[in-house]
Ligand binder design. Structure first.
Ligand code: FAD
Length: 437
């Protein structure tokens, strides 16, 4: 069987694919893979979510384990607003289920297709200079470890395992259940429009702080930016939700089907990239509405692309964007996808890109039928000058030596791994490159 990730840039041929429905299925798969490893064979076990990572984290020639059958909310404490969730639950199922309980996650990324465990394992984040990534909302984890044991960890029980496994890259064990600290369900008032990059850059920090969730999309080769300002409002406040026809027009037809055609045209005639970006930035016009938070955070993304994203200290964001713009001006590299800017506050999760640092996130994307390498190489060099930490799930080339200097708890993570997976059951070439063995 050939496994391919969402973007199509990573493929693998696992020896065996196991779709677990129960925790016992997980333990049995881990036990078999560990026995194979102990007998001197077997290429280990990697656990996969929905394959939305652009890096080869999931790729394996051994056992590929997915938790397709482990879904849903398994427990609720209404007083503390904590919920326990089966690790294979995708956000598009989790979000409405939380809403039915009057709860929500405090922040989310821009799609809802990933599994909960897959998203937290790579430090998936949304935006909001006073908000944090999804892993920061995790208050407990239950894992199957390499020896087959089932361990529940939190800030009080097995705290080192907890700190490491919150963003654990699937390298410490198989997460089967996640406890989340939720907030009361809330609504967002969304205001989307266009501004000039040259004007925005002079006041970007203030703009980020003025809104609960700021999301910026700059179209390369132009001075045009699509800006999304999302702010929390009380029930009944703000304009009405978008009617279904407007969702179909904006999110399905324009942002996906028309956009796919535009990108295909540029893939055939790269010289048309600038004109295509001017067109794309003008058809995605202004709109204003209010809706449940999770409906505002996520939208469908059907046009395939590959992405690199670096977290940089937020004070560096203007310099990074200015250097990137100079590179586009110099090279005229045909890139049609916007450069995305987001912000989060710092957290205390060991492998979070926001570990003890307020961040701006700068993400570059390339249409999947076009060559991303020149842009990725140039952007990675710029990010390196600003202590950039790469998103674990998005394309980057950093290995253990460099990551060690970027993550103060790198050695502590490796110590936990030595303890819980001394035989390196949960590894592959990419994980070895990241962690150093
Ligand atoms: C269109 C698109 C939009 C995106 N938007 C955002 C965004 O807004 N913000 C952002 O930060 N990222 C974003 N991403 C990146 C994405 O959120 C991450 O790559 C995420 O990890 C994908 O989750 P997944 O379920 O597909 O996991 P996979 O990609 O399948 O796996 C990711 C990692 O999780 C591990 N894993 C999975 N399940 C388990 C488990 N049960 N136990 C232990 N480890 C496990 C895997 O081993 C692997 O290391 C986006 C990606 C795409 C393609």
């Amino acid at each position: 069987m050939t496994w391919t990730n969402w973007a199509g840039n990573v493929t693998a041929t696992p020896a065996e694919v196991v779709r677990a429905v129960t925790v016992d299925d997980v333990r049995a798969a881990v036990g078999r893979a560990a026995a194979g490893r102990a007998a001197g064979g077997g290429a280990g076990l990697r656990v996969g979510g929905t394959g939305h990572s652009f890096t080869p984290l999931v790729a394996t020639e051994g056992v590929l384990l997915t938790l397709d059958g482990l879904r849903g909310i398994t427990g609720v404490d209404p007083e503390s607003r904590r919920v326990r969730v089966a690790a294979g639950t995708p956000f598009h199922e989790l979000n409405p289920a939380l809403q039915d309980l009057g709860l929500a996650l405090p922040n989310l990324g821009d799609i809802d297709r990933q599994t909960l465990a897959g998203a937290i394992a790579t430090g998936t984040h949304g935006t909001g200079s006073r908000r944090r990534g999804i892993a920061a909302a995790v208050c407990g984890l239950t894992l199957v470890l390499a020896d087959g044991s089932l361990v529940t960890c939190s800030a009080d029980a097995e705290p080192d395992l907890f700190e490491a496994a919150r963003v654990g890259l699937g390298a410490l064990g198989v997460v089967v259940e996640v406890e989340l600290q939720c907030v009361p369900a809330f609504r967002l008032h969304a205001k989307e429009g266009t501004v000039r990059l040259s004007r925005l850059l002079t006041g970007l920090q203030a703009e980020a702080d003025a809104h609960d969730h700021l999301d910026v999309h700059w179209f390369p080769h132009t001075d045009r930016v699509m800006i999304k300002r999302n702010n929390r409002v009380a029930p009944g406040e703000g304009p009405p939700p978008l009617p279904p026809w407007r969702h179909r027009l904006d999110d399905d037809l324009l942002a996906n089907r028309v956009y796919e055609r535009l990108n295909r045209a540029v893939a055939r005639r790269p010289g048309a990239a600038r004109a295509a970006n001017r067109l794309a930035s003008s058809i995605l016009g202004s709109r204003e509405y209010a809706d449940d938070s999770w409906k505002v955070f996520s939208s469908p993304r059907d046009v395939r692309f590959v992405e690199m994203e670096y977290a940089v200290p937020r004070s560096s964001v203007e310099a990074v964007v200015t250097e990137l713009r100079s590179w586009f001006d110099r090279t005229r590299e045909p890139v049609t996808f916007p450069v995305e800017l987001r912000f989060t506050g710092g957290d205390d999760v060991w492998f979070s890109t926001a570990y003890q640092r307020d961040n701006a996130y700068v993400a570059v994307h390339q249409y999947h039928r076009m060559d991303p390498r020149p842009m990725f190489a140039a952007f990675e060099a710029i990010a390196a000058e600003h202590q950039g930490r790469p998103h674990w799930g998005k394309v980057h080339t950093l290995g253990a030596e460099r990551l060690h200097g970027l993550y103060p708890r790198f050695d502590a993570f490796r110590e936990v791994r030595d303890r819980v997976d001394p035989q390196r059951l949960f590894t592959n070439d990419h994980v070895r490159h990241l962690l150093g063995d």
